[in-house]
Write a new protein. Structure first.
Lengths: 593, 300
């Protein structure tokens, strides 16, 4: 592991409606703008005013895969935050709070308390949001940043709202900065300057951008946390990118409309969370039966039912595997981080266009609503676009059969509007010409032929997706296995374990269907102790792994409390498993959010 | 240049035969749906439409088998979901004529929510509902348009629910063309469908299409005895209140004809993304350099 010169985590806590997002955005942007890597996670609830919001921003000179394990600076915008989090702050950390209103509790030895007299510093301005700006000023000083940067950032944030908003914020920010300068020494490692600026995005931004890059022309959604960010990005960019974006009456309509647009020749996509995906399920089967290429994104949240709308989980795997009745080829993929989410969408569109089937993306709140730095140079907005055997123009003298029984199982797909290609597609079982066989004469041989034709489409699919690769030393004592969004956390945990002398490697799975069963089985057959790590209760991936490879993991780390895995949860779990004290470690989430 | 949807001047005039597929309908002999299918084929021919420029989208049910029997592009989708699928097709290629067909259970029962919102959006679709007031393909259960008291397999002691009124519902929800016809009055129904296709906006044609097997209450005789034509009553299709009053009548007199015809911008016409550049489905896929630059700049 390359040594990090800087590894700093700040948290801002308060109630919904207090405006935590503003100083959070300013800081994240400022850090990324200086070329630092940023990984931010916001713990929040399904409430517009009140509750407890806790934003963690971690920054480093090296790429980050998680929001880390510890905090260096805590900003308490209310008493609740102080009461919940002070006990977790260790020696060398700083706690900033509004000294007029928030009383510190019992702090551990070595915690620096930084009360800020907000009333005095804002000249008794009644606007409560100014305390955020004062706190930002204090933070900027602690980070060793120049006050001119504070001024720039506040102007960028508030400038367009006019001097009535900007000026009090400038005064408050600078007053906070000056107050801190006179009283608190900056943190030992100042924020370096001059790196190549990085951008910021969320996983939802990345999924939407992936769609735009893939040539999506129709995007449709019904708002549902934590997927709504995709809709927001698409709506904002619709006109400049020529993407038709619609919010419609329910997810049933969303899925069916998306399939309609896809059938007519557009690349079309929709995103939702598990509950919405449940409503889309029947349509997933329609895309399978009609052989329409379409992409569904399920941004997983805590379930079942309404569950935890603002919390993360990986418990929709079997929902995706089993979405809709009957059997049909589908692609299921779980991106491993925001950049991977971006790249996955064009890759998936190429696959579903080739195989004329639905594709399902399993993201989750951790990726989709996290804020991450991104190197714009790594974002290729012109990926390869391969539409398979799609007939988008021309005409036919006749004899076209939409579901021609080919060796590959893939039948050339003509879109409506072309002369001579007229045909019917149907959710009923049909023959090669699309005519339904379900009503008058269900010929068992035709049925068998069509089932086999559809299934045959995937015969070469594994050649088109990379097999997962083992990271870390061969022959390690422990092989960690994870899927989707937790790869970054697991990588960090693996490095930590190695540092502690536990030989450890990692198998991170992205493509779930089709599954590289032989490659995975070969890796795991050689593993000494396989530990599957996932964010659900029943071990959904462990079960899938066993069904596909016959390999049962030796032990499991599972977290299903709604909050994301942190590296130390995994490290502690592996230690407990190696000590022989458990085969199933369920980490305790210490942070009360 | 958009591909033509209708035949030019010199081309031979299409006939209803041009819209006949090779598949014979599997409806029961005497089913009202035969008449509706013939009217649709005739209306398409009269309008000079080209079969490959038309998409017929249906849900599931006896009448929803119709796309297999008309020679256009066809989509036989899910029960109740024809309207959203058709909307997707129309958004992706707004130069196509999109017809939607189905039954009362499909459109007014399971698909009722989509009818509400498709009408509200005023998508330029023609929706022909073959209303037989019964679930036929499932062998005779009560439908949203079944009469109160009607005995069916699922209401052996009589239906307790009032009728769903598709005409007033569509009007209240913002449909801009709302008509009712009868399978037994072919020429009239053909004319209603023709007007509905010509109409710029969401057009509902509720067509009484008797089920000869499972609904013996509302048969051809029932309608022939009661139907009166709005055109003969001097009804003004611009008057929604009068339209609703006439649509609520269900007794000795049941009206057919155009209840409502008003102009309101369609969803497609208001969609800036569709203003220039032709159908989405025919546009180049992929971003321009400037678009990509704009996206990346927004991240910084």
């Amino acid at each position: 592991m390359e040594h990090r010169k800087l590894d700093l985590a700040l948290a801002i806590g308060g109630a919904a409606g207090q405006g935590i997002a503003t100083p959070g955005n300013i800081l994240a942007r400022l850090l990324a703008g200086r070329g630092l890597h940023v990984h931010a996670y916001n713990a929040y609830q399904s409430i517009i005013r009140g509750g407890h919001i806790f934003l963690t921003i971690r920054t480093s000179d090296r790429p980050l895969g998680s929001h880390g394990d510890r905090l260096d600076v805590l900003v308490c915008l209310n008493q609740d935050t102080m009461d919940r989090h002070l006990r977790l702050m260790g020696p060398g950390t700083s706690v900033i709070f509004n000294g007029d209103r928030v009383k510190p509790g019992e702090a551990q030895e070595g915690v620096r308390l930084c009360p800020v007299p907000v009333h005095e510093l804002t000249g008794n301005d009644p606007n409560p949001a100014l305390q955020n700006t004062v706190a930002l000023g204090v933070l900027m000083h602690l980070l060793g940043l120049d006050p001119a940067l504070l001024k720039d950032s506040l102007t960028r944030q508030f400038g367009r709202k006019g001097p009535d908003v900007l000026d009090p914020n400038l005064r408050a920010g600078l007053a906070g900065f000056e107050h801190a300068r006179g009283r608190f020494s900056p943190l030992p490692t100042p924020i370096p300057r001059g790196g190549t600026p990085l951008g910021l995005w969320s996983g939802n931004d990345a999924l939407a951008m992936g769609g735009a890059a893939a040539g999506v022309k129709f995007y449709c959604a019904y708002p549902m946390s934590p997927s709504t960010g995709v809709l927001h990005w698409m709506s904002r960019h619709a006109r400049e990118l020529g993407i038709l974006v619609r919010q419609v009456e329910d997810e049933i309509s969303v899925a069916n409309m998306t399939i309609g647009a896809a059938h007519a020749g557009c690349r079309a996509m929709c995103a939702t969370s598990g509950g919405g995906f449940a409503l889309m399920t029947e349509a997933v089967g329609m895309a399978g039966m009609m052989e329409v290429p379409v992409v569904f994104i399920d941004v997983q949240r805590g379930g079942p039912s309404t569950g935890l709308p603002t919390k993360t989980e990986q418990a929709d795997l079997w929902q995706a595997l089993g979405a809709s009745q009957g059997e049909f080829p589908r692609v299921v993929v779980a991106p491993t981080d925001a950049l991977d989410a971006f790249r996955t969408i064009p890759e998936l569109f190429n696959l579903v266009d080739r195989y004329q089937c639905p594709g399902i993306v399993l993201s989750d709140l951790l990726i989709s609503e996290g804020t991450f730095s991104a190197d714009p140079g790594a974002i290729d907005l012109h990926p390869a676009i391969e539409r398979g055997e799609t007939i988008l123009e021309g005409s036919s003298p006749g004899g076209y059969r939409r579901y021609l029984d080919t060796g590959s199982g893939i039948s050339p797909r003509a879109v409506p509007g072309l002369e001579g290609f007229e045909h019917v597609v149907s959710t009923d079982e049909h023959d090669e010409d699309g005519g339904i066989i379900s009503d008058e004469f269900t010929d068992p041989r035709v049925r068998r032929k069509m089932v086999e034709k559809r299934a045959r489409k995937f015969q070469d699919a594994l050649d088109r997706i990379p097999a997962p690769v083992l990271e870390g030393p061969a022959g390690a004592e422990v092989t960690l296995v994870c899927w989707g969004s937790t790869r970054g956390v697991l990588r960090e945990a693996r490095e930590r374990l190695e540092e502690e002398g536990v030989a450890c490697n990692l198998l991170a799975i992205k493509w779930l269907v089709p599954f590289h069963a032989a490659a995975v089985a070969a890796i795991l057959a050689a593993a000494r102790r396989t530990v599957v790590v996932e964010q659900n209760h029943s071990g959904q991936f462990a079960r899938y792994l066993r069904s596909e490879t016959g390999i049962a993991a030796a032990a499991h780390i599972r977290k299903y409390d709604g909050e994301p895995l942190q590296p130390h949860h995994v490290v502690e779990g592996v230690r407990a498993i190696l000590a022989g004290s458990t085969e199933l470690h369920v980490p305790d989430h210490e942070i009360r959010v | 240049m958009p591909a033509p949807t209708t035949r030019g001047g010199d081309a031979p005039k299409p006939t209803a035969k041009d819209f006949k597929s090779s598949v014979h309908p599997d409806w029961c002999p005497g089913c009202g749906d035969f008449g509706v299918l013939a009217c649709l084929q005739k209306a398409c021919a009269e309008l000079g439409l080209l079969p490959h420029r038309v998409v017929t989208v249906s849900g599931i049910g006896c009448s929803s088998n119709l796309p297999g029997y008309i020679r256009t592009y066809g989509m036989h989708t899910l029960h109740g979901r024809a309207l959203p699928v058709a909307t997707g097709v129309k958004m992706a290629n707004h130069e196509l004529t999109v017809l939607v067909t189905g039954g009362d259970g499909d459109g007014y029962g399971i698909g009722g929510n989509h009818l509400t919102h498709t009408a509200r959006r005023n998508v330029n679709l023609t929706y022909v509902v073959m209303n037989n007031q019964i679930y036929g393909l499932t062998t005779g259960q009560v439908s949203p348009t079944s009469l109160p008291g009607m005995k069916t397999k699922s209401t052996p002691f009589g239906n307790l629910e009032p009728q769903f009124n598709p005409i007033t519902s569509a009007i209240m929800n913002g449909a801009t063309f709302v008509a009712r016809g009868f399978s037994g009055h072919g020429q009239h129904l053909t004319d209603l469908i023709r007007q509905a296709i010509l109409h710029e906006g969401f057009a509902l044609v509720d067509a009484f299409s008797p089920c000869v097997t499972f609904n013996h209450d509302n048969d051809f005789k029932f309608f022939r005895a009661r139907i009166r034509r709005l055109e003969e009553e001097g009804h003004d299709p611009g008057d929604w209140k009068s339209a609703c009053e006439k649509a609520l009548l269900w007794g000795d007199t049941i009206y057919t004809g155009v209840f409502l015809r008003v102009q309101r911008p369609t969803m497609e016409s208001q969609e800036p993304v569709l203003a220039d550049g032709g159908p989405l489905a025919r546009r180049a896929v992929g971003l321009t350099g400037a678009q990509a630059q704009g996206i990346l700049a927004g991240m910084m």
